[in-house]
Design a protein around this ligand. Structure first.
Ligand code: DGT
Ligand code: CA
Ligand code: CA
Length: 574
């Protein structure tokens, strides 16, 4: 049991309670517990198993603590089992169909006995949804399309979810007798937003001993195949892991090979062929003679290239750029000077402004923008003008007292369907930073959705477009917009695009980052933190930015505060 497994049980409990329309506070308590548990660095189950105590966790009292003990020990808890007896297993999958909330899921179950996405698809195709109260023909069509899209998607895992298992397994393997190096390769190393499976490379004096350890890992549910130097296993979390054991001198060639992407490898091998070289996972060969392979650098050098960072290895022009000496110097986590999107208790966050600011300062940040939701988002306790005015005053007082970090006054204001903003100009004018976001009317036509955002860019106080496509990874498709028009308008008006680093979002997409860079629009990499631990999200945002070829110069929040303020003022003036 890892933290993510405990969190998954809490998340399922919250989903099931939600379908039963239980008390909202109770549901929130379980959602909060899931979030807090998954955000812990310490492996809770391991600590308990070793006879340790649970650390104090925010919002987790005696009852939830007892449940953590129960789940850590047995994989489940009595409440979860009880709820699963009341509702069919798998019904929570329906909540992940875009456009279906708990009320609709319950109605579908009660009226049509729909329990799975497949059954939902059939019911929608037969036109049985439109008769239900609150559904209608248009809703039926939207649900049909959403469920079709969901069923078509191959089962991939979000990067941040996979990371919990990846590092734990790699650690375990590296503690084996005679094990040299352990590296995570594949799409995980390339920081793709989702991974199909994990690929782990191990060097070991004795492959047989290493292989035994691979299969003996307690998290392994099933061994799919096991040879002398390779194995594929499935973990209890449902993730497949491919492990390869190679000799120490092959490490570089093997790492290069198993990092991929396949398309990148094919292009590198072709370059090698042109030079009379053969490249495989054991090394680079001229005839029978091995000329490189100990390090990745040596493999690239053999074909006349500098080292190419894994995030670029997609055969999207990186080889040509490398040949021409034009590889970008990619942005790094340490380049960020601050964060421009965070929530506090005042809307749907969980910490005070002060605690968020101190946590940001502890990471070495010199500024943090507080950007609560605006009033339209009632579910998230969005602020009305008076609430925002109060927060502005609070931030002024706090800034007078804090040193080393500046709290910027911001908002994540809803862009309404007609392109106007959800708060009056008079209060927006008092802010350092206006982040605008689409949180409603996802189904507008491409033309109208694009116009809506372009119009928001014309607003005199607008700065940053938050999570520009609105997609939720593996859960909600992006809304339909013309991104090139948006990028060009941002350029013309001096606006910025956010790369939201929340593990569910990673939005801008990598290709859009590159488009923004090519068009000269700065991207800000933002955590969307709802708690002090959420600045960790930025790691994944940086990965996505690097996949989008961004350098330090392409990123807004690598700027020192004074320069940032100048850029924001210029945007507002333009
Ligand atoms: P994924 O797992 O779908 O997220 O994507 P990858 O890139 O991790 O793909 P995977 O796990 O099938 O293979 C890992 C790496 O191994 C891949 O990126 C490149 C290398 N590889 C796998 N199969 C081949 C192949 O047939 N030819 C070459 N050149 N490389 C391969
Ligand atoms: Ca893989
Ligand atoms: Ca694989």
């Amino acid at each position: 049991m890892h933290n993510a497994d405990i969190a998954r049980v809490f998340g399922e409990i919250a989903d099931l309670l939600e379908i039963q329309q239980a008390n909202a506070f109770r549901i929130r308590a379980y959602r909060n517990a899931a979030r807090v548990v998954v955000g812990q660095q310490l492996d809770l189950a391991a600590r308990l198993a070793a006879g340790g105590e649970l650390p104090k966790l925010p919002g987790i009292g005696a009852d939830l603590s007892a449940k953590i003990h129960e789940i850590a020990a047995s994989g489940t808890c009595a409440l979860y089992e009880k709820l699963k007896r009341q509702l069919p297993a798998g019904i929570t999958d329906l909540l992940h169909v875009s456009g279906l909330g708990p009320k609709r899921v319950q109605r579908l179950y009660q009226e049509l006995d729909v329990q799975t996405p497949e059954q939902l698809l059939r019911a929608a195709r037969d036109g049985r949804l439109r008769g239900l109260p609150g559904f209608g023909e248009k809703t039926e069509l939207n649900i049909l399309q959403a469920v079709e899209a969901q069923l078509k998607r191959p089962g991939r895992h979000k990067l941040a979810f996979a990371a919990q298992y990846a590092y734990a397994y790699a650690d375990y393997l590296s503690q084996g007798a005679g094990v040299g190096r352990v590296a995570l390769a594949g799409s995980f190393r390339r920081m793709r937003e989702t991974v199909g499976d994990l690929d782990i490379l191990v060097t070991a004096a004795s492959p047989a001993t290493a292989m035994q350890r691979v299969a003996a890992y307690p998290e392994v549910k099933q061994v799919l195949s096991r040879g002398e130097t390779r194995a594929s296993v499935v973990l209890h979390a449902g993730i497949q892991v491919d492990v390869r054991v190679v000799a120490e001198e092959c490490y570089g060639a093997a790492l290069q090979y198993f990092t991929g992407s396949k398309a990148h490898n094919i292009a590198v091998r072709k370059l090698g062929q042109g030079l009379g070289l053969k490249i495989n996972e054991y090394g680079v060969f001229r005839g029978p003679k091995r000329i490189a392979g100990e390090t990745e650098e040596s493999v690239y050098a053999a074909v006349g290239l500098p080292y190419i960072p894994p995030e670029l290895r997609e055969d999207r022009g990186e080889i040509e750029a490398a040949r021409a000496g034009k590889l970008p110097r990619l942005v790094e986590l340490a380049d960020l000077r601050g964060d421009l999107h965070a929530h506090t208790k005042a809307s749907d966050g969980h910490a005070s402004i002060r605690d968020m600011a101190l946590a940001a300062a502890a990471r070495g940040f010199t500024y943090l923008a507080i950007t609560e939701h605006s009033r339209r988002l009632r579910m998230a306790h969005g602020l009305d003008p008076r609430g925002l005015e109060r927060q502005i005053d609070e931030i002024d007082r706090l800034n007078a007292e804090l040193s080393g970090i500046t709290v910027l006054k911001g908002i994540e204001v809803d862009i309404l369907a007609d392109g106007t903003l959800d708060l009056p100009d008079s209060v927006l004018a008092r802010l350092d930073l206006v982040v605008g976001a689409v949180h409603s009317d996802f189904h507008l036509s491409r033309e109208r959705q694009t116009e809506r955002i372009l119009k928001a860019f014309d607003h005199p106080h607008f700065h940053v477009l938050a999570h520009p496509t609105g997609r939720l990874i593996e859960r909600r498709e992006p809304y339909d917009v013309d991104m090139l028009r948006i990028v060009r308008k941002a350029r013309a008006r001096g606006r910025f695009l956010e790369l939201n680093a929340h593990p569910e979002r990673l939005d801008l997409l990598d290709t859009h980052c590159r488009m923004a860079k090519d068009e000269g629009v700065l991207v800000c990499i933002s955590s969307d933190a709802h708690d002090v631990s959420d600045f960790e999200h930025l790691r994944y945002g940086i990965g996505q930015a690097r996949r989008g070829w961004l350098t330090m110069a392409d990123v807004l929040n690598t700027r020192p505060l004074a320069e940032l303020k100048k850029l924001l003022r210029r945007a507002a003036g333009g």
